[in-house]
Design a protein around this ligand. Structure first.
Ligand SMILES: CC(C)(COP(=O)(O)OP(=O)(O)OC[C@H]1O[C@@H](n2cnc3c(N)ncnc32)[C@H](O)[C@@H]1OP(=O)(O)O)[C@@H](O)C(=O)NCCC(=O)NCCS
Length: 153
């Protein structure tokens, strides 16, 4: 995970969004972290931007199950909305993220082109990966009329 964060910070090809890198602190100790990176949807009409790829989200092992993850997720939604983004995409456990309002992106006709390859890498089915590529719309109908493939970094 550290390698991922470093590559997003340092990689010139990624548009890391500093205002959406948030820390959770308790008594001056960092107990959680969330960040998002600017990305786009490839559509037949061209690229549609103003969308984010949220990753990673992490909470210290001994501080989990106290709502810190949920607070970080909610804070990132508010911050992304305030910055005028359209939607937040992520690849994650649907059980956890559906409770936070995320839905599988295929419900909006938006797919992940590399689902099959990712399924092989993590040893699951591409059907399962399809459920794990999720999205949160930041305003009503934010994805209406947009169909294509989300680019995850
Ligand atoms: C996922 C994570 C950030 C949640 O943080 P947290 O502060 O414990 O989250 P919350 O307190 O808001 O929510 C905890 C609830 O989510 C559930 N949960 C946590 N991880 C889950 C997972 N991978 N799948 C399903 N449910 C999960 C917990 O069981 C708990 O459920 P409960 O409230 O019914 O007991 C934390 O477990 C973590 O850092 N995990 C390792 C990194 C990781 O997997 N990040 C997500 C990558 S997709």
């Amino acid at each position: 995970m550290h390698d991922y964060v470093r590559s997003v910070h340092e990689g010139a090809q990624y548009k890391y969004e500093p205002d959406l890198a948030l820390l959770a602190e308790i008594d001056h100790e960092i107990v959680g972290h969330i960040m998002s990176t600017n990305t786009y949807i490839n559509t037949p009409k061209g690229k549609v931007g103003n969308v984010l790829h949220l990753a990673p989200l992490a909470v210290l092992l001994n501080m989990r199950k106290q709502g810190i993850g949920r607070q970080l997720m909610n804070a990132s939604i508010e911050a992304a909305r305030a910055k005028g983004y359209r939607a937040i995409f992520l690849a994650g456990n649907p059980v956890y993220y559906s409770r936070l309002g995320y839905v599988p992106s295929y419900k909006h006709n938006i797919y992940y082109a590399e689902a099959e390859q990712l399924a092989k890498e993590v040893g699951t089915s591409s059907e399962h990966i399809k459920e794990c590529i999720m999205v949160y719309e930041l305003f009503p109908d934010a994805l209406k009329g947009i169909e294509g493939n989300i680019v995850l970094l």
